[in-house]
Each structure stands twice: as structure tokens, then as C-alpha cells.
Design a protein around this ligand. Structure first.
Ligand code: PLP
Length: 413
């Protein structure tokens, strides 16, 4: 979290005091740090040096065009889960030829557009989807390059809402069915088997589940090659965790060591799909205190950011540190930080010890760069936040605050 720190008691993003950004663009506002984004990308690249690989940044973690452009400029490919994300990648200057497409519900239209644009790889998640992709390929007179996303039935030991590699999960095809599906696909004219894929979950903080899953998948990769499938890519998914409070996720190096050991000898080009680990610690959500509300049971601090702006606490019981922009001295009290949204789950930080804020004080929800803005909604008819990208001592708005008129765009009274 080196990009965010205090200088003379004021929280800065690189060289910029967060108070300056709040004064200029208001709150709530997401603020991202270029140095942190770049550093994380380079750390992963360096950790995999000497191994044929492509980083496919997972767009859904943070899909702002400026961030996509930054990663594209660093040589990144992309991992998408919808046609809308492909459009964003292209708009930002990313290459479809370095883009992989996952998701259990790709429509034939989305497939056709992606195939026409020269997508690198479709990560297919069911037998019926494979047939649909074959039909799309034949219609366009092309062979759609695909990998099956297999479900290795490994417990990622993360929150159950972000675990994707168990038998009961909707993701991927059952491990045991993969060999038969590749054999079947070989007879289809609209398909070309090019890889094998897995992704077992998000916010992984241990290497053991990664190792277990990837060892199984690497074995299957070699088996498929032996059976005559000309696979080139082993897509190991994303999921590397970050520190929100006191987690100690593997470093990029440790992560790479685990992946490289498990996939050694496959000869595959590795596709990596990091999302959270590239952007999570590189962003904060700036917010302003509206009211303090002491009650018999609790002290509430009401801020101007709500669950519509930052959904993770309500959706996953996620933890974000809540830090004052200007440090204050005093005695800690226990508070619940809540947003304005009319839902009891609109609690952004629960039972936190902190010096009681004053009205208008600025605070930052830390580590909000991933699954923050990309999950924001206009629930309660609240326009979505602005986004700002800091670079050294400079900063710029990379998404304007949504306007009230935007709220009913396309509606008819
Ligand atoms: C969401 C997702 C990722 C990225 O996960 P992170 O935990 O953000 O790294 C990678 N691959 C697929 C298929 C995903 O759905």
C-alpha cells in the first residue's frame, strides 16, 4: 500500500494530498495510484520471467478505460466476461488477440463478435456452450480457439461467495468430463482446441489450494497433449489475494513459484488472469462525514459513500480499512461507519475503533481499487462516484461523477 501514506499528517496518493482531490471533485470519489498499478504489474511480470506467459488483466476488477489503457501500454492482455468488457478493452486500445473470454453465459452474439475480432481464446464452461461456439465458428467460417474451463473440485479456502472451484459451483465443466469433451470437439469444424483453463476463486491467501488445483490441471493438460490435442495455453486463472487488514497473501514471487512448480514440464504458455492483486491496493474510496449519531447501542458515523458505491462489505462481509485524510488525536471510540442507502446492510465498516470524526471530515476506504467502482450501482438513485488517477504530483479525472440527468437516460415517462 506504499502508494498511499501520510505526509505531515495528511493522507496522500503518491504526491497528491487526498484533500486537494476532494476539494476539487467532491466526494465520494475513487482515487487510483499509477505507481502502485505499474509496480504490481511489473512484479508479476518479473516473477514469471523466463517462462512463456501472458498476463491477461481481469477487466471486471476495475474496468476504467484509463486503467485498461495503462495495462495495455505495459503489454497486458485481458480477461473478459462479457461483450461489454471486450468493447471496453478495444476502446482503451487493448488487443482482442491478447484477450481471453470466460463466463458461463456467453451469448452467441457475444461469441460471434469476439471471434470476428480475433479473440485469443474462449474459456468454455459447459458442453452446450461448446456446441454453441462450434455453431458460431462454422457460421463465420472460422475455427473458434477454445479452452475448457475445468472445475478441479478444490476448496480455495476463501469466502464462499468468491469460491469457484468446488463441484457445487456453477463454473467450469466437471474435471472428469474434460477428456470426452475435447475428443468430441475434435470432430467439430467450428472449433480449435488451443488450451486448458481453471480459476478456483478470488482473494486466495494460501498456496496449497492453488498447488492442488494446478497440479491436477497440468496433468490433464499433458494427458490431452498426449491424446493429440495441439494445446498451447495453460490458463491458470487469477485469484491471488491482497491485504485488506491482516491477511498475508503470497507475494508475486511465491505465487509464481507455486504456479511454475505445479505446471513444470507441460511446455505450455501460461496465461495469468490477475485482477484484484493488480488493482486492489492501488485505489481508495474518498468519502466525507455527514453526521455522527450516538445511540444507546452504537455510535454511527454516516458518510456520503454507500453500498451502491462500494458493495463489497454488504455483499461479502468484506473489510476495508477506514482512515482519516487528516490525522486527529484523541481517544478511540467504537463506531459503525454507515452509508446513506436505505438498507440495513449499508454498513461499510463495523465496530471500528477510531477517534470520533467530526462533520465534514474526509476519510478513505482503503484497498478499494478492485471490485469497487466496477460493482457500483445507482441504487437509491445515487449518481455513481467520480474516478481520479494520480501520477506522481499530477492527477486527472478519469471518469466524471455521474450526473443526475444520467440516472434516467433511456427512460420514458
Ligand atoms: C474474476 C476472475 C478473475 C480475476 O480474479 P481476481 O481474484 O480478481 O484475481 C480471473 N479469472 C476469471 C475467470 C474470473 O472470473
Amino acid at each position: 500500500m506504499s502508494a498511499f501514506g501520510y505526509k505531515k499528517g495528511v493522507l496522500h496518493a503518491e504526491g497528491v494530498p487526498l484533500s486537494a482531490i476532494a476539494d476539487a471533485v467532491g466526494t465520494p470519489t475513487y482515487v487510483y495510484a499509477t505507481a502502485a498499478l505499474t509496480e504490481r504489474f511489473r512484479a508479476v511480470t518479473e516473477a514469471f520471467q523466463g517462462q512463456k506467459h501472458l498476463i491477461c488483466y481481469s477487466v471486471k476488477a476495475n474496468s476504467n478505460l484509463a486503467i485498461l489503457r495503462l495495462f495495455a501500454g505495459l503489454g497486458s492482455g485481458f480477461d473478459i466476461v462479457s461483450g461489454g468488457e471486450l468493447a471496453r478493452v478495444k476502446q482503451a486500445g487493448g488487443e482482442p488477440g491478447k484477450t481471453v473470454f470466460a463466463g458461463v453465459g456467453k451469448t452467441p452474439d457475444e461469441m460471434a463478435q469476439a471471434l470476428a475480432q480475433g479473440l485469443l481464446l474462449f474459456n468454455v464452461e459447459s458442453a452446450e456452450e461448446l456446441e454453441a461456439l462450434d455453431a458460431v465458428g462454422r457460421k463465420l467460417g472460422k475455427r473458434a480457439p477454445f479452452a475448457l474451463r475445468v472445475n478441479p473440485d478444490v476448496d480455495a479456502r476463501t469466502h464462499r461467495y468468491i469460491s469457484t472451484g468446488l463441484k457445487t459451483s456453477k463454473f467450469g465443466v466437471p474435471f472428469e468430463e474434460a477428456v470426452a469433451l475435447y475428443a468430441k470437439a475434435k470432430k467439430l469444424k467450428g472449433l480449435k482446441a488451443l488450451g486448458l483453463d481453471c480459476h478456483i476463486g478470488s482473494q486466495l491467501t494460501r498456496t496449497a489450494p492453488m498447488k492442488a488445483a494446478l497440479t491436477k490441471v497440468a496433468d490433464l493438460y499433458s494427458t490431452l497433449r498426449t491424446q493429440g490435442h495441439a494445446l498451447e495455453y495453460l490458463d491458470v486463472g487469477g485469484g491471488l489475494g491482497i491485504t485488506y487488514s491482516d491477511e498475508t497473501p503470497p507475494s508475486a514471487q511465491e505465487y509464481a513459484r507455486t504456479v511454475l512448480l505445479a505446471t513444470e514440464g507441460t511446455g505450455a504458455t501460461l496465461l495469468l488472469e490477475p485482477g484484484r492483486s493488480l488493482v486492489g491496493n492501488a485505489g481508495v474510496l474518498l468519502t466525507r462525514v455527514l453526521y455522527r449519531k450516538p445511540t444507546e447501542a452504537r455510535t454511527f458515523v454516516v458518510v456520503d459513500a454507500g453500498m451502491n458505491d462500494l458493495l463489497r462489505p454488504a455483499l461479502y462481509e468484506a473489510h476495508h480499512e477506514f482512515q482519516p485524510v487528516v490525522k486527529r488525536r484523541g481517544r478511540d471510540v467504537e463506531v459503525d461507519v454507515v452509508g446513506p442507502v436505505c438498507e440495513s446492510t449499508d454498513v461499510l465498516a463495523r465496530a471500528r475503533p477510531l477517534v470520533l470524526p467530526r462533520q465534514d471530515d474526509l476519510y478513505a476506504f482503503m484497498s478499494a481499487g478492485a471490485y469497487g467502482m466496477s460493482m457500483a450501482s445507482t441504487y437509491n438513485s445515487r449518481p455513481r462516484p467520480a474516478e481520479v488517477l494520480v501520477d506522481g504530483a499530477a492527477w486527472r479525472v478519469v471518469r466524471e461523477r455521474e450526473r443526475v440527468e444520467d440516472l434516467w437516460r433511456g427512460e420514458r415517462a
